[in-house]
Design a protein around this ligand. Structure first.
Ligand code: DP6
Length: 312
């Protein structure tokens, strides 16, 4: 009645922002991501009749704890068990600074809890279940490059398909003040939300074509366009969400300058100030060298494409 799972965070090249069904976390638009090798969550779940009280390891706010135990209840209901639970979880990266800790967290939690209870679920079913905990978590279950549309997520290509890098530049590692969950709920209040929803399907096609032909420039261009579009919606919804700080903006400008000087690198940013620099593996050294010249960077994490959640 005990299992440990590890799951990667993922970076969306086309982002999930807004939901068709809030309770079921059905997204307003499809999204497409890459799993991150160096940003993982490892979670051990144990169910037992002898445990006195459900508990979650230290470091979570009461709200987060409630969300984790709510997800455990959802999984417990599938078997009818009333056994209590102990959840112990550890991240390999700073928590809640726009690194998708809810993605790796709920993916690892889902896979570990399902395994501890002996549930035999297909990968497709696991993605559906993880989605109910956190939308982006369903993309951390299949391997490599993953597409999420509607209820399920599935792998488009394995991790070794394309040697890309996500060089994650941490500019602030304190917790963010507005969770993405609250943000999704108000996304539709932006006058630009509907336009975004209409434009994403074409962007998904452009990104799929860039992946198929391994055309890095096309991938970078559509990825940056979608990131800026999502932040435009965030910044114009009510209340507005502004996740960037001065360092974020400095890095966005630097990326443009690096590209002008011939270095093929593009940025994307989630619900926080940190900047993900996407490049091909052969340019990792050059990008790292360029980042060294940026002052006051807290940490740099180099990610390769990774496999999805699995039991260890
Ligand atoms: C900006 O998956 O964290 O990172 O479903 O409420 O848990 P919930 O939201 P979450 O949203 C992620 C938003 C994003 C974009 C993305 O990863 O697609």
């Amino acid at each position: 009645m005990r299992a440990t799972a590890v799951a990667p965070a993922n970076i969306a090249f086309i982002k999930y922002w807004g939901r068709k069904d809030a309770a079921l976390r059905i997204p307003s638009n499809a999204s497409l991501s890459m799993n991150l090798s160096s940003c993982t969550t490892t979670t051990t779940v144990e169910f037992s009749r002898t445990i006195e009280k459900d508990s979650v390891s230290l470091g979570f706010t009461p709200l987060e704890e409630k969300r984790i135990l709510g997800h455990i209840d959802r999984i417990r209901k599938l078997t009818g068990t009333t056994d209590r639970v102990t959840v112990a979880t550890k991240n390999s990266f700073p928590k809640s600074a726009g690194v998708a800790s809810s993605a790796s967290g709920f993916a690892a939690l889902t896979v570990a809890a399902a395994s501890a209870l002996g549930l035999r679920l297909s990968q497709k079913e696991l993605t559906r279940l993880a989605r109910l905990g956190s939308g982006s978590a369903c993309r951390s279950i299949p391997d490599g490059f993953v597409k999420w549309e509607g209820e399920f997520a599935y792998s488009l290509y394995p991790p070794d398909y394309w040697d890309l890098r996500d060089i994650l530049v941490i500019v602030e590692n304190s917790a963010k003040n507005v969770s993405s969950s609250a943000g999704h709920t108000a996304a539709h209040t932006s006058p630009y939300f509907e336009k975004r929803v209409q434009e994403v399907p074409t962007r998904i096609l452009r990104l799929e074509s860039a992946l198929r032909t391994k055309n890095f420039q096309n991938l970078g261009e559509v990825m940056e366009e979608d990131c800026l579009d999502m932040h435009h919606v965030m910044q114009t919804q009510n209340p507005p969400l502004y996740y960037w700080n001065d360092k974020t903006k400095e890095l966005m400008e630097a990326v443009k300058a690096w590209r002008k000087s011939g270095l093929p690198v593009y940025f994307t940013i989630d619900a926080g100030p940190n900047v993900h620099l996407i490049c091909e593996g052969k340019f990792e050294g050059d990008v790292l060298k360029a980042v060294k010249d940026v002052q006051n960077v807290q940490e740099v994490i180099v990610n390769k494409p990774a496999r999805g959640a699995h039991i260890i």
